[in-house]
Design a protein around this ligand. Structure first.
Ligand SMILES: Cc1cc2nc3c(=O)[nH]c(=O)nc-3n(C[C@H](O)[C@H](O)[C@H](O)COP(=O)(O)O)c2cc1C
Length: 414
């Protein structure tokens, strides 16, 4: 065999692909990006992404639910092409996927939210800008031409909520995501143990760890320390973390959600729904979509896995409003499972954050590319050529012998 043949056989990468690009190119899964992220950022920052509430059981349950899904391929169908485009809230998206709101991305990479928004725009999928971002919603809007939604919490200060909604409208955000699972902040032991403060103040151990992660540390030289940029000006003497902490409204109810949706005046998504009854409340409050989410297991450790509660919620809503799902999506097959059980789309939180921490915008782009290729390949292997064909028929018996989901023949509400 000649050397050239051997190189082709081994698909050797050209020497020019060096440094960060080479490291990202040799990530083939979200797990690979996670490992790269773990090496690149200090432990406290990695824990901020990966950590979850209390004993972290809900976060693990999300992953286990997807791992337990059996999808059964059907042979000699389709021509190898799959159209992955879909409509979300009346606008087209290149994938049945959007990026979930995640706050304080500036801790992981300078201008983190802006970098993620740009990668989402390049992939043609919606990006949800977080109220608690380290970049302002205006800075994100100015940097990204893609579809953008804005996320808010139910905060006590109504004037603050009105101000944020008005700014989001002016900046061209097309939908509002209302997070309803944060009546109080969840307890995340990793962050507590690491003494994660906003803005970050490094203890001695943190300084040593920062020195051991120079590519993360160098990114912050000359940059401002990340803070909650959208609300910084309102903190008025308090630290922003105290101010934001005091804002969560533990007494908010569905009437308040309806009021906010009416004030917004456009499509709204209620994020954090886990029961059919709450899905019904969200729909009756005027939501155009519900997001079945347990916040990636970051709020309450005994939550059900979102995949397990999805079928009953889809059944309750019967196509009246769109149903999305997040919490635990790490592979294309996870997206297939959620669509097969009735979701119109999935959102991802940690997957793009591992990419961001591993390599900025290019890392997020790699995460999206991995998921897109995985989704396409999985659908071809399953004998599907159109997202509308993704149905409960694909779901097989689980190893425990229990059929998951809604039985056969139902098509997801694309
Ligand atoms: C670091 C981090 C920060 C987050 N910040 C927010 C936030 O500001 N607002 C919100 O509604 N959800 C937030 N979430 C939850 C995500 O929107 C999403 O529900 C969750 O990450 C989905 O689970 P996954 O990470 O397993 O994909 C955050 C998640 C992470 C990992």
């Amino acid at each position: 065999m000649r050397a050239g043949d051997l190189a082709r056989l081994l698909e050797l990468r050209p020497r020019s692909l060096e440094g960060r690009a080479a490291r990202l190119a040799s990530c083939y899964t979200i797990e690979d990006l996670r490992q790269l992220a773990r090496r690149r950022v200090p432990g406290a920052m990695f824990d901020f992404i990966e950590g979850a509430a209390d004993d972290e059981i809900a976060a693990q349950r999300n992953l286990d639910a997807f791992a337990g899904v059996v999808l059964t391929p059907r042979q000699m169908r389709g021509n190898g092409e799959v159209d992955l485009r879909t409509e979300l809230l009346g606008s087209s998206s290149d994938l049945p996927l959007a990026i979930a709101p995640t706050g304080l991305n500036g801790l992981l990479y300078p201008d983190g939210e802006v970098e993620i928004a740009r990668a989402a725009a390049a992939a043609g999928i919606p990006y949800v800008a977080p109220a608690m971002g380290s970049s302002t919603l205006e800075a994100i809007a100015a940097a990204s031409s893609g579809p953008r939604w804005f996320q808010i919490y139910l905060w006590r200060d109504r004037a603050l909520m009105q101000e944020l909604m008005s700014r989001a409208r002016t900046a061209g955000y097309s939908a509002l995501v209302i997070t309803v699972d944060t009546r109080v902040a969840g307890s995340r032991p990793r962050d507590l143990a690491n003494g994660l403060t906003i803005p970050p103040r490094l203890a001695w151990a943190g300084v040593v760890d920062a020195i051991r992660h120079p590519s993360w540390t160098l990114g912050f030289l000359g940059a401002e320390m990340p803070d909650f940029a959208n609300v910084e000006a309102r903190a008025d003497g308090q630290s922003t973390v105290e101010y934001v902490g005091s804002q969560f409204d533990a007494g908010a109810n569905w009437d308040r959600v309806a009021e906010i949706i009416a004030e917004w005046g456009g499509p709204a998504i209620v994020k954090g729904v886990l029961t059919p009854a709450d899905a019904r409340h969200a729909a009756e409050s005027g939501a155009a979509a519900v997001l079945v989410s347990n916040h990636g297991g970051r709020q309450f450790s005994r939550c059900p896995a979102t995949l397990d509660v999805l079928p009953a919620i889809v059944e309750e809503l019967r196509g009246e409003v769109e149903v999305y799902l997040d919490s635990g999506i790490r592979q294309g097959t996870d997206i297939v499972a959620a669509l097969a059980l009735g979701a119109s789309a999935c959102l991802i939180g940690r997957a793009p954050l591992f990419g961001l921490a591993a390599g900025g915008r290019a890392g997020v782009a790699r995460a999206l590319e991995i998921l897109r290729d995985d989704l396409r390949r999985s659908l071809v292997l399953l004998g599907v050529s159109d997202l509308k064909e993704v149905s409960g028929e694909l779901i097989g018996e689980t190893p425990a012998g229990q059929a998951r989901g809604r039985g056969s023949g139902e098509t997801h509400a694309a």
